[in-house]
Structures are given as C-alpha cells and as structure tokens.
Design a protein around this ligand. Sequence first.
Ligand SMILES: *[C@@H]1O[C@H](CO)[C@@H](O)[C@H](O)[C@H]1NC(C)=O
Ligand SMILES: *[C@@H]1O[C@H](CO)[C@@H](O)[C@H](O)[C@H]1NC(C)=O
Ligand SMILES: *[C@@H]1O[C@H](CO)[C@@H](O)[C@H](O)[C@H]1NC(C)=O
Length: 396
Amino acid sequence: MAFPGFMNIAALTLCIFVLANCNHQVQASSRAFSGKESKISPGNGLCASWVTIHGYKCQELEVTTKDGYILSIQRIPEGRSEVKNNVTKKKEPVIVQHGVAVDGATWFLNSPKQNLPMILADNGFDVWVTNTRGTKYSRKHTSLDPSNKKYWDWSWDELVTDEMPAIFDFVSKQTGEQKINYIGHSLGTLVALVSLSEGKWVNQVKSVALLSPIAYLSKVKTVLGQVGARSLLGEKKFSKILTKYIINVFFNCPILGENCCLTSSAFQQFLKVAPQSSSTRNLFHLAQTVRSGVLAKFDFERLGSNMVHYGKLTPPIYNLSNIPKNVPIFISYGGRDALSDVADVKRLLNEHFRNHDTGKLSVQFIDNYAHLDYVMAANANEIVYKNVTSFFQRQW
Ligand SMILES: *[C@@H]1O[C@H](CO)[C@@H](O)[C@H](O)[C@H]1NC(C)=O
Ligand SMILES: *[C@@H]1O[C@H](CO)[C@@H](O)[C@H](O)[C@H]1NC(C)=O
Ligand SMILES: *[C@@H]1O[C@H](CO)[C@@H](O)[C@H](O)[C@H]1NC(C)=O
C-alpha cells in the first residue's frame, strides 16, 4: 500500500484518539509522561534480560551527569565468537542512543543476527547502550527522587548539555580515550545534530550515524494542524496531542507511517518495553519545535524565566550550519516515516549539509521504511545496519 501523502481528518482523529486509548499506560501528568513502571531487582537488569542470555558478555555500568542523574549504561565489549574463542583485541567504541518514549531494551527485540548492538559487537565494535534519564533503568539521581517534580525539570537541552557529555566522557575514559562512534535514532539524532552544532563532542567523536533524523517537524505540524485550531490550542493541550502522535508513530498506527518489516513477535516484545517515561518539558520542547519550525532552546514562555535562564527574552537559536564539515555522518531516512518526514529530512540536508566535506557524508533513503523499522525491522540488518558498520569501518 502506498503511503498517503494527505491525511484524512476523520481517519487521523480516529487514529489519535482510539489508538491512544489502547495503551492505557500512557498518562501525562504535570511533570512526566509516564510509561512502564520500573521494577528492577538485582539480576534482571538490561544485560541479564536481553543480552547475556544470547551468549554475549555484558557489563552494567552507571554514569553520573553534572546535573545529578545516574544513568544506566550497558557495555557489550565483544562479539559472541570472541567470547567462545577468548580473543581480545582493541576495539572502537560505539554509543547506541535510542529515541523518545523508548529505552535501550528496544534495540534487542530481534534475534542476535538482526539487532543492531549485537551486530556491531560481532563486527568488532565495543558497544555502549544508553538509557535516557527517566526511563526504566535510569531512574536514579544523586539527590532527587522521580516522585519529585524537580526530577523531571529537563528537556532535550539538558541531554545536549549534561547527559551526552557525561556519557562521552565516561566511554572515553573507559576505552583509553579512543574516538567514539555514535548511532542515534529519532530524538537521539536531534541530540547529536544539536550537540555537534554547539561544538560538543568534536574532540571525542569519530563518526556519527543518524537513523530517522529529526530536526524539522513541519509534516507533524501539518498533520496536527488538522486536529484543531492549532493556534488556539494551549501549549499543554498541543503537547499532549503531540505525545499521542509520537506514541502512535511508535505503535504503528497505519496511517501515520506503516512500518514495513516488523515481525509480530518483535512487535509483541515491543509492547512489553514501551512506552517509557519522559519529562513533560521534553515533550513541550518538541511541541515548540513543531510549532515554530525553529530549533531553539526551551522557551519558558514567561519573559522573566527566559531572562533568568538565557539573559534575554527569547530562547537562543540552535544553528545546525555550525556542524563541523569534516565529521563523518551517515544518514538514513524512510519514505513512510511520519516523524522523520521525507520533506523535512530534505530540508535538513539542503540547509545544513550542502557543503559537508565530500566523502564524509553518506545518505541512504529507504522507500518503504517507517520510524520503527530502523530499530526492529526483520531486515534492518541487511538494509541498514550493514551500511552503518561499513561506513564506520571506512573511516578507520
Ligand atoms: C583467555 O585468555 C587469557 C589471556 O589471553 C587467559 O588469561 C584466560 O585464562 C583465558 N580464558 C579462558 C576461559 O580460556
Ligand atoms: C548559521 O550559521 C551559518 C554559518 O555557520 C551562517 O551563515 C548563518 O547566517 C547562520 N544562521 C543564523 C540564522 O544565524
Ligand atoms: C548500502 O549498502 C548497499 C548494499 O551493500 C549498497 O548498494 C548501497 O550503496 C549502500 N548505501 C549507502 C548509502 O551506503
């Protein structure tokens, strides 16, 4: 079935409001969009639940950010055959960063031959799987409890300023200051693009792969614009609708971008691990991006607050043209993706990657891929992950 470019309002409304009711775990409160409840006991962390059962080594580690979040991170230091043959050699590290409303477990829903972290490990990489603050395995903080409103006072700005730098520093330290490869999906791509444009990572990063890149979200705006008089909706209402939209994209709402190649077993597993919690402010911030079409820091929407945080009335703009031209970047986007829309990705490429160094940019378009295919399509290994590993290896 061809993906319809135009969304019928009745069908869309049905999709947003009916499907949203299917996943009753989704609740937006004033502080957090809460997903799966977190019940972890020793011995059933991500490594034990998803990785070591397949014969891979896996270490549970913790990274503390400048703003006090204690993140769980899993390291798969080598491939399965190396465990058997007891080979050790120096490996290039790669960070694998998930998107919004999911966590690191989402990468592991398919078999070892099909999932990205294990494929990377089998191809000679030292793999580091991250879990964003607030998700199931990353609920600790040096002083705040998740029941405290303050715990949720962050948006993707803080992922750029505090979270990713802490992760890069940690991985760098643990690997003898080797340069680091990075793979992001969805929000993990926005964080990468903004980090690079802000001059971060530059001395630490080797290559970057962006799967389903999101920066401009004009398609989302067009679609949500039909839901109601957009300009009349308050920010809260709008961000609630956006949340449902995002969840529906993840949950395979057909008219919002039918995923091409998900197996039903992987999808059944997906329902067990998603959605994951995030902060309301994070979703507000995404909603602001959708509405304004401009990438900027979080807008506190009270003049005084912006003044206190930024020393000016409006939030500073992020300029993606400042991404260094010599960073090797692999981008893959799908023709049926309702978040990372084709026109939006083209705008990103045209506006900010025209002058990227030749040979340092590789762009892949996959006609029948939607958002979730990049994480768990049965054929993602053949179609995407092989290209990612060979792109990384070409930079050696
Ligand atoms: C693996 O190799 C190391 C040294 O290369 C050795 O010390 C260790 O005992 C070996 N482990 C196994 C299980 O063979
Ligand atoms: C963004 O940066 C580029 C070059 O780094 C500059 O030419 C352009 O004017 C900037 N855009 C804005 C909106 O500041
Ligand atoms: C991806 O891999 C296929 C087959 O290996 C190759 O034909 C294609 O050019 C690659 N595309 C990119 C963008 O690397």
